[in-house]
Design a protein around this ligand. Structure first.
Ligand code: ARG
Length: 401
């Protein structure tokens, strides 16, 4: 029997050509696996048929939309996951779920090797291969674009020569990756970091300059996870989709950054993540009233480290798992409602309520009903400032000697 290779198939030119390219280079049979993480666009059955038309011996579509929302987007929300404070980890969190399905398919279809279409300059190759090594240590990995010299020009020539059922166009300046959590656009004209993104780059968001009337939304959370919009119960997937539509219409969640890739390159990225950014903002505000001060300060550091690990392809690592336990525990009281206004590119919180809130009106108020004993403040400040005061006295003495 011929060796089998499972290919992570997107339906695009590169991975369509990779089917025949891999078969020619290795003599193996190629099984195409497409994972639906809510990327939208084409019908997945069309994608599956294309893989067969391009020479795959088997083609399989995994509908991972709910799994992705529940097990990848929700942990990211609990961690307020923003790499370098900006990027909501759109591609970084989709790779591990794709890997899970690739490894599963490799077992089911008797493959020894897994292939992906990443280049040698990005983070995604790392995320795929570290994931595959972790979940399937016996599996080999190949990357035709990187290891079998499949360039874009060669891909176009190959597709035309073999009459592959795919549209080949030389003019596709951007590298785009998208799923329900957001959309990433890079390369081309954007590589000059002084160039402003043009309108055609955006797809999930309308231009925020001319927004429709403000849209007020109430998001209900239970233990860090959104469970309803405006009182209507929905799944995490439905909530993300609905907020993508509503926040997207207001131009919320456009991000333009230069970020540090794991391979040491700084790269310009345009992201749009309307639902994710609205949810992260709301979640953070709910944490502000439900998590105790020291716990919250510490969690901010954990959140940052969690985001770096996930960005760096360490989704399945022991440290990431341990931080998940901390983060899950921190969400015990993060339940309640956040009201926010989506308008003109912003998602602004204007109300919050929670049965497990730590906000104490009687402690905070300056009006009658104040239960805070202000006479304690003076002694507290004297002791709180003591060590600095002692040090300062020493500094002045030494300076005067
Ligand atoms: N720079 C982002 C990341 O590493 C986005 C990558 C998007 N991938 C792509 N093939 N366009 O997560």
């Amino acid at each position: 029997m011929k060796d089998r290779i499972v290919l992570a198939y997107s339906g695009g030119l590169d991975t369509s050509v990779a089917i025949g390219w891999i078969a020619d280079a290795t003599g193996a049979e190629v099984v195409a696996v497409a994972v639906d993480v809510g990327q939208g666009g084409e019908n997945m059955e069309t994608v599956r048929q294309r893989a067969l038309g391009c020479g795959a011996v088997e083609a399989y579509v995994a509908d991972a939309r709910d799994e992705f929302a529940d097990e990848y987007c929700m942990p990211t929300l609990k961690a307020n996951g923003l790499y370098q404070g900006h990027y909501p980890l759109v591609s970084a969190i989709s790779r591990p779920v794709i890997v899970k399905h690739l490894v599963k398919a490799a077992r089911e279809f008797g493959a020894t090797t897994v292939a992906h279409g990443c280049t040698g300059k990005g983070n995604d190759q790392v995320r795929f291969e570290v994931g595959i090594q972790t979940l399937g240590p016996d599996l080999k990995c190949i990357a035709p674009v990187r290891d079998l010299a499949l360039t874009r020009d060669k891909a176009i020539a190959y597709a035309e020569e073999k009459h592959l059922p795919i549209v080949t166009t030389k003019k596709n300046p951007y590298s785009i990756d998208q799923n329900v959590w957001g959309r990433a656009v890079e390369t081309g004209y954007l590589e000059d970091i002084w160039n402003a993104p043009t309108k055609d780059i955006y797809d999930y968001t309308a231009t925020p300059e001319f927004p429709p009337a403000p849209d007020e939304v109430t998001i209900t959370f239970v233990q860090g996870v959104p469970t309803a919009l405006d009182g209507v119960a929905m799944s995490p997937l439905q909530i993300i989709q609905d907020l993508n539509r509503r926040a997207g219409a207001q131009g919320v969640g456009r991000i333009d950054v230069v970020e540090d890739r794991l391979v040491g390159i700084k790269s310009r990225e345009i992201y749009e993540a309307p639902g994710a950014m609205a949810l992260i903002t709301a979640h953070k505000h709910l944490e502000d009233i439900t998590i105790e001060r020291e716990h919250a300060r510490f969690k901010a550091g954990v959140d940052r480290r969690w985001s770096e690990l996930v960005y760096d392809g360490q989704w399945f690592s022991p440290l990431k798992r341990a931080l998940d336990v901390f983060i899950d525990d921190s969400q015990k009281y993060v339940s309640g409602d956040i009201r926010m206004v989506l308008h003109g590119g912003t998602a602004v919180v204007n109300g919050r309520r929670s049965d497990t809130s730590l906000y104490d009106f009687n402690l905070a108020t300056y009006d009658t009903g104040d239960t805070f004993d202000q006479s304690n403040a003076k002694g507290f400040i004297d002791i709180w400032g003591m060590s600095s005061k002692v040090a300062s006295t020493r500094d002045q003495r030494v300076a005067g000697e």
